[in-house]
Write a protein that binds this ligand. Structure first.
Ligand code: ATP
Ligand code: MG
Length: 571
């Protein structure tokens, strides 16, 4: 390929709406062009990368035994009504009508449709297990599309779905995808970590997200270097150490006029937030419950919901708070709430807390010198790990301190159970010819997000540094004197040699200054650069250098050795 024919457009300026490096570089290197918020055109260079990532995903899915299909993006509403998600998906799902006024969704995912498809094809246990996948465009009306391809309205997803005869068999299908994912991300040159994620109602250990660590990541992940435990903050557990507070005197009510938040009260009283107990009233499946955590910690609502065994927990509206405690939010606490039957659950880190300050269940008042076990009615079994894990918290598995890192979710594997197969009555005949419901798993990879995640993880001040496996071209041959027939012949011979060695190569044949060409090559990030110029050739050499090395990594070789040298640098 010749640069002059390749429709490459590089930009010197960062796009105004780009907040993170990979987004800036995607645009500046001419991989994509913005159409509107969350919508992009993949330009030829970007398309080459997307196709390479896609190919790797396909190869690893095929190798894992998954079968490729493709389903319509336009999905009839009936499918979504069968599962109940027509209502529960909310405004995140794009909806439209055809001319006959039938409702459709633009696929944000495809559990419903695939369950319907497989149900129509599978009738016997002999056809199971089966895993099907597609690589298809998905649509989500994200609240805040941003970061380029990281969170766009339209994106390419690989979605796979496994169907099994039993829960145990489904675990095997899950593990096959789990292993395939490690290979996919490894081959894309990405360091992606599987981290435990919340399983919703399914329970068990079968939900992992694959995260690429980056400061710009939208997810928090707790990592334990000691034992390798890694979990999304939504789910991460910690071992709470009980406190050894000194005994305190009798509780004392103090006025705290106008101070509502822990910050305000702590400023007002001149004591740190950790001296307080933060008390919040939630409604769990219709029933109020008070949740107490240390003043400087946050409630993890996912853990709370699991602990209460509730389908739904949400912060209570003020009239509920008032009826349950006798005060408005900001002045409530675990000492004698108005409703004496109100259940109080407490973070385990508060076990043994004495001398703490709590809301007095009387507006604009707090109580100091509170000993939770002496002054409150909290059942021993209502102490549990209920807070969001933070840096330095103790790993529940091995007892060592954890660190919090930021991650970009590039993939997700999830054991679904029979959630969809139940609603679609997706059954098979078992060996006794009895109908049995299939057990499902679902497995997503954000193909377009992965492409950008590679850049987020691999770039420097000058531009992208592509791994050879997904680079738009693996080698750039810089023809520094395109008007010189001898130089051009050498450059073109090297191009031909690389092509016959199976290498993707582009020849920069533009009549530009070397500085401009090198800048562009560094910005786009071709893994290897071969420089052919009249000066070098006069001395019988061309230069070969890796993008990731600095000048000192440049090697001079005779033109006949350029192909071999470039290929060795790609390895
Ligand atoms: P997130 O938590 O980032 O919103 P999700 O959990 O909703 O993602 P899944 O439904 O698990 O996403 O989708 C599978 C994969 O699709 C994700 O792991 C991610 O890589 C990708 N993905 C999801 N939403 C987007 C988006 N708006 N833009 C680009 N890729 C996305
Ligand atoms: Mg997910």
């Amino acid at each position: 390929m010749k640069w002059s024919k390749s429709l490459i457009q590089t930009l010197r300026e960062d796009p105004g709406d780009a907040e993170i490096d990979s987004h800036k570089l995607m645009v500046r290197a001419g991989l994509m062009k913005k159409v509107a918020g969350g919508l992009y055109t993949y330009l030829p260079l970007g398309m080459r990368v997307l196709n390479k990532v896609r190919r790797i995903v396909q190869e690893e899915m095929d190798r894992a035994g998954a079968l490729e299909i493709v389903m319509p993006i336009l999905q009839p509403a009936e499918l979504w009504k069968t599962s109940g998600r027509w209502d529960s998906m909310g405004p995140g799902m794009f909806r439209l009508k055809d001319r006959a006024a039938h409702d459709y969704a633009l696929s944000p995912t495809a559990e419903e449709m695939v369950t319907d498809v497989v149900n129509g094809v599978v009738s016997s246990y002999r056809q199971l297990p089966v895993t099907v996948y597609q690589i298809q465009w998905k649509f989500r009306d994200e609240i805040r599309p941003r970061f380029g391809l990281m969170r766009s309205k339209e994106f390419l997803m690989k979605d796979a779905y496994s169907f099994d005869t039993s829960l145990e068999a489904a675990d095997k299908s899950y593990m096959a995808m789990f292993e395939a994912y490690k290979k996919v991300f490894g081959r894309c040159g990405l360091k992606a970590y599987p981290v435990e994620a919340d399983t919703g109602d399914i329970g068990g250990k079968f939900s992992h997200e694959f995260h690429v660590l980056a400061d710009s990541g939208e997810d928090g992940i707790a990592f334990c270097d000691g034992c390798g435990y890694a979990a999304n903050l939504e789910k991460a557990e910690r071992r709470a150490e009980s406190r050894a507070d000194a005994p305190c005197g009798a509780p004392e009510v103090v006025p705290t006029p106008g101070a509502k938040t822990i910050d305000e009260v702590s400023k007002f009283m001149g004591v740190p937030g950790s001296a307080f107990v933060k008390s919040l009233v939630y409604v769990a499946d219709g029933k109020p419950v008070m949740v107490c955590v240390a003043g400087d910690r946050d409630v993890n609502e996912v853990k709370l919901r699991h602990f209460l065994g509730a389908k739904k927990v949400e912060l209570a509206l003020n009239d509920v708070v008032l009826a349950a405690t006798g005060a408005n939010a900001g002045s409530v606490g675990p000492v004698s709430p108005a409703d004496s039957s109100l259940r109080i659950v407490c973070d385990a880190g508060l076990l043994g807390a004495k001398g703490v300050i709590v809301g007095a269940n009387k507006d604009d008042h707090h109580i100091k010198n509170v000993d939770l076990s002496r002054d409150c009615r909290i059942a021993a079994e209502d102490y549990a790990d209920l807070v969001v894990v933070r840096d330095g918290d103790i790993c529940a598995k091995c007892g060592r301190p954890m660190r919090i890192r930021r991650g970009i979710e590039v993939g997700h594997v999830f054991k679904l159970g029979t959630k969809y197969t139940d609603s679609f009555k997706a059954t098979f005949k078992n060996s006794d010819l009895k109908d049995q419901v299939m057990v499902m798993g679902c497995y997503g990879i954000g193909v377009s997000r992965t492409m950008q995640a590679v850049i987020e993880q691999s770039h420097d001040a000058n531009g992208i540094i592509w791994p050879a496996s997904v680079a738009p071209y693996q080698v750039v041959v810089e023809n520094l004197d395109p008007a010189n027939a001898d130089v051009t012949k050498v450059a073109d011979d090297i191009e031909a040699g690389l092509e016959s060695a199976g290498v993707d190569v582009i020849v920069d044949d533009r009549p530009e200054r070397p500085g401009v060409k090198f800048k562009d090559a560094d910005l786009i990030g071709f893994p290897v650069r071969v420089v052919v110029g009249a000066k070098g050739l006069a001395g019988g050499v061309v230069e070969v250098k890796r993008r990731r090395d600095d000048k000192s990594g440049t090697v001079m070789v005779e033109p006949g050795k350029a192909v071999e040298t470039a290929v060795s640098m790609l390895a």
